[in-house]
Design a protein around this ligand. Structure first.
Ligand code: FAD
Ligand code: NAD
Length: 477
């Protein structure tokens, strides 16, 4: 008979591994099955986020930022460094070391749950009716286990364009984009979303000519328009060539180059690049996951259909993270993992998708939580706005980081905070002030009356909140 668990988690990304640890902490006999194979050819826990997503991309963003500061902004501080060079293989090796440290760390966390370690199983899982999980090991052997509860956390995969098939030599997917071993002279990127901007920034800072082709006419449409506008201005100064309304129809490999054809409002154009990164979004990784007859439903985008509590409607089968509705973000996946483990253990568990923060780790950083002005308008919500530029914040200027602004959107009648939007240095950390305020149903006046330390970048949040009622101190209202 197959081994029976209380909980089997499919996928060990930030959704799955967090769910497994929480379930084990709550005393449930838990297994976590994952199919990922790392760069060293061995199974690796951590999913997209730790292996080929959040962590490695931030390692490269940080390395390239250090190089860019050295070659561009240190001179403003009176620091000179001649003949600065970047050793790309060393930069990639540093990134790989960080990845290994964190993916290995999850195996330790699994073993370390007091008295109830998580059983890690390497292989590809298929859910069968009756909560039976069939696992195809990397050695080709198959096994079956069963569970009282199954949490599907299968994550997502990059979308491939039919005319630009990934070879990860010249045409790169998300993972290939993290393993380029020399600075490409000309980098083309399709898609000016989160990955396009972050990875485009990495290679631009290291000296590539970066051209980003974006199909939509608006830049970063998901962000508030004032923030997108401020960010676009900075990216332009940095030399990121972002072409909007550019529809690519062909990407042909010729020798060591990729020849692109695209059309925009002024007609058909061509572009030749040395590497092409395709970053046009990701799709739920549900292929081969569900056998006939499980009853688990997929929506028109291939995502698993769940309710507000991540229940699939099939008793004891749950789904979380990138393979379900909502933003494809690591922290959202993890919070859903915790909530579901707690629900299974009979505790209350819920994730408020309205207060999930977004962060884009470009320079300046972009961060937001809650509604944009456009969303308030579309929903007919009466609102008022206060904003404040970092150029008027002493700490930002002392840091040589005057770009960007903070914008608070509050309900016109109740003053309740509807959204906080930021573009500037360190806003990835500052956004949580807005998340906390919104979770506690805070008002703009609450933010405005909180004493913020001086001199800090967070004073921009304070001033933007004051500006909602036209009482900012350090600018005319
Ligand atoms: P995943 O992390 O995708 O993990 C799913 C795991 O399940 C994988 O290991 C997969 O191999 C395994 N699996 C799938 N199907 C099966 C199966 N049938 N059997 C066994 N195993 C299976 N998000 C952020 O919040 N911040 C960031 O800075 C950020 N940066 C990113 C940068 C890049 C380049 C990319 C690509 C993504 C980034 N993301 C970021 C998004 C983030 O990585 C995802 O939102 C997050 O990893 C989703 O977690 P998950 O657990 O749902 O799925
Ligand atoms: P994305 O959805 O952020 O952006 C894709 C962009 O490509 C969009 O602007 C879209 O209009 C454009 N596009 C789509 N088809 C196109 C085409 N044929 N030609 C030109 N442009 C086209 O997707 P992504 O950048 O691939 O990232 C995937 C997801 O991964 C993100 O949405 C996010 O959820 C997650 N992620 C998050 C972070 C972070 O939190 N910092 C970082 C990286 C990735």
């Amino acid at each position: 008979m197959s081994e029976q668990f209380d909980v089997v988690v499919i996928g060990a990304g930030p959704g799955g591994y967090v769910a497994a640890i929480r379930a084990a902490q709550l005393g449930l006999k838990t297994a976590c099955v994952d199919a990922f194979i790392g760069k060293d050819g061995k199974p690796a826990l951590g999913g997209t986020c730790l292996n080929i997503g959040c962590i490695p991309s931030k390692a490269l963003l940080d390395s390239s930022k250090q190089f860019h500061n050295l070659t561009h902004s240190f001179k403003d501080h009176g620091i000179s460094a001649d003949n600065a060079r970047i050793d790309v293989p060393a930069m990639i090796a540093r990134k790989d070391k960080i990845v290994k440290q964190f993916t290995g760390g999850i195996a330790m966390l699994f073993k370390g749950v007091k008295g109830n370690p998580v059983t890690a199983i390497a292989g590809f899982a298929t859910l069968k009716p009756g909560k039976v999980i069939s696992i195809k090991g990397h050695d080709g052997k198959s096994a079956e286990i069963s569970a009282k509860h199954v949490i599907i956390a299968a994550g997502s995969q990059p979308i491939e364009l039919p005319f630009a098939k990934f070879d990860n030599k010249l045409i790169l997917d998300n993972a290939g984009g993290l393993d380029v071993t020399e600075v490409p002279k000309r980098l083309g990127v399709i898609g000016s979303g989160v990955i396009g901007l972050e990875m485009g920034s990495v290679w631009r800072r290291l000296g590539s000519e970066v051209t980003i082709l974006e199909a939509l006419p608006d830049f970063l449409a998901a962000a508030d328009a004032d923030i997108s506008k401020a960010a676009a201005r900075e990216f332009k100064k940095q030399g990121l060539d972002i072409k909007l309304g550019a529809k690519v129809s062909k990407a042909e490999i010729k020798g060591n180059e990729v020849h692109l054809i695209y059309s925009d409002a002024s007609g058909e154009k061509s572009l030749v690049v040395d590497k092409l990164l395709v970053a046009v979004g990701r799709k739920a990784a549900t292929a081969g996951l569900l056998a006939e007859g499980t009853g688990v439903k997929l929506d028109d985008r291939g995502r698993i259909v769940v309710d507000a509590h991540c229940a699939t409607g099939v008793e004891g089968v749950w789904a979380i993270g990138d393979c379900v509705r909502g933003p494809m973000l690591a922290h959202k996946a993890s919070e859903e993992g915790i909530a579901v483990a707690e629900l299974i253990a009979g505790l209350p568990g819920h994730v408020n998708l309205d207060t999930v923060p977004w962060v884009i780790y470009t320079e300046p950083e972009i961060a937001w939580v809650g509604k944009t002005e456009a969303e308030c308008k579309a929903a007919d919500i009466p609102y008022k706005v206060g904003s404040f530029p970092f150029a008027a914040i002493g700490r930002a200027v002392a840091m040589n980081e005057p770009a960007g602004l903070v914008k608070v959107i509050a309900h016109a009648e109740t003053d309740r905070i509807l959204g906080l939007h930021m573009c500037g240095a360190n806003v990835s950390e500052m956004i949580h002030e807005g998340v906390v305020a919104m979770e506690f149903n805070g008002s703009a006046d609450d933010l405005a009356r909180i004493c913020h330390a001086h001199p800090t970048l967070s004073e921009a949040v304070h001033e933007a909140a004051l500006a909602v009622d036209k009482r900012a101190i350090h600018k005319s209202n």
